[in-house]
Design a protein around this ligand. Sequence first.
Ligand code: GCU
Length: 613
Amino acid sequence: MRRLATLLLILMLTSAVHSQKGNPTKINLITNVINRNLISLDGRWNYIVDPYENGFYDYRRRPYDEIGDRTGGFYSDRKPADKTDRVEYDFDLSPAMTIPGDWNSQVNELKLYEGSVWFKRDFEVKKKPGKRYFLYFGAVNYEAHVYLNGKKLGVHIGGFTPFNFEVTGLLNDGSNFVVVKVDNTRRLDGVPTVNTDWWNYGGITRDVFLIETNDTFIRDFKLQLNNNDPELIEGFVQLDGSKGEQTGTIRIEEANVNYNFKTGSNGYAEIKIRAGKLNLWSPGNPFLYNVKIETETDTLKDKIGFRTIAVKGTDILLNGKPVFLRGICLHEENPLKTGRAYGEAEALMLLNWAKELNCNYVRLAHYPHNEYMVRTAEKMGLLVWEEIPVYWTIQWENESTFRNAMNQLEEMIVRDRNRANVIIWSMGNETPVIEPRIRFMSKLAERARELDGTRLISAALEVHRKENEPFTYMVDDPLGKYLDVLSFNEYIGWYDGKPDKCDKIKWEFGYDKPVLISETGAGALQGFKGDSLTVWSEEHQAYFYGKQLKMIGKQKQIKGLTPWILVDFRSPRRPHPVYQNFWNRKGLVSSSGIKKKAYFVLKNFYDTIEKSK
Ligand code: GCU
């Protein structure tokens, strides 16, 4: 009798556990935002530059929003009560700038400014009964303190990933104001840390939305093909709200899929759809299905492509076939406005330059770019490498630095894990081969696999010369053990010798894995003519590429490359007054959008590769 009771109990528990199977995601990020009910808060925001954080701390360095002193804190947007009332700031009489947008390219005095700037935006809302409201930011560089109607919503750290706060209870039916303190001060314990070869654009650099949802809504979902079974779509649906247990249906019209599911009381349902033969997404066929998820209280649509990506020996297999990744690196910068790129039009401009190079792949360096960039690449048939800014030498043994990196990793993966074109998650770039770093980055890789086991994991590693063999270069970083694809940066002929050194180089790869060159490149000032050995001339850059590509073409284990870089970009580390002028000139396209000679050397190489594969 007792035994039976125990068994029944276990059964009940397991079934409860089964329906209570957990969503590995720890953050409450709302995904697929562009397909939701949105009120855009983009536009002109007033701003106050606050280098001494005078609007945040009192003279005893106590945060006003902690001591609840509304007199000094800019978050309260206080107005003088009458002529006797002294208030030493006023957003509405202060200048304004366009959001999304960085402050460096919009306000000349702020070109090199790093510090705090406060932003305020008034907005009207007609609140609907039974609806919930969330304030969503595509990204704010770097540290954001967010307030609504004078109340603190929270803080977000990390300049390149989205975040949201629920504001249902704080939102007025009518007039509201949002205040954001943005601080892009570089920090030693930051991710990235104080030294980067890109411009530290500050501000609210991506869209700001007020998202309106039903009381219980579909907050997140994942639908991707099982890499070993191209007819099996797997994933989950995650509801958010009081009515966790619901029935639902996933419809994929073009594939005749009508799949029923049930969520547990935690609003979670695991999904396994036998979808039959699908029209698989690939660069030559960037086909996206119309997917609709309907539950008792919500409906959500998205356009999703299905493809498999895997490694087999030293091959990268896309939809089961070996693929060569004809790529290029790019920063999220629009050189023509010398500022952060954030919209579809700018994504199109940049990615068209990559397509014209005959690329089928791009490395979005060194941080997650905006969602328009990723989705536009998906529509254009460009495979994507995405990366978190674990760049050069961060504080590997600092717990808060680790949590920060983990959080950025999770926000990146959660935002983009339904994008068919994203095939590689990169854990970082050019990091030192030391124990604490291997621990740090191997844990990131492990977490990435938990959050998304359907994509390849990599990192941009460094090379070293073999002892007593000056022309034998090794890629045997111990971190390689944790990675699916071995990727490395090399600048033989630019930072390391002259271009013809490439002719002598022998490569040894420490793992039987596919190898990618994640960076190689040389600088050239567009229009500066010289012979092939004259550094900074277009001829020299073209000569460099000729030598590099000949060397790379010989390495059978190399399955792709992303030269550094598509277009010249701003860098505070490049002061040469003639050749650089605070631009990194390794672009194949100049800062005014003109293709340099080397652009065509790479294009020819890719045309040849494409024909040969
Ligand atoms: C490094 C680094 C890039 C940098 C490039 C360069 O490899 O990853 O961020 O811009 O080299 O020196 O141009």
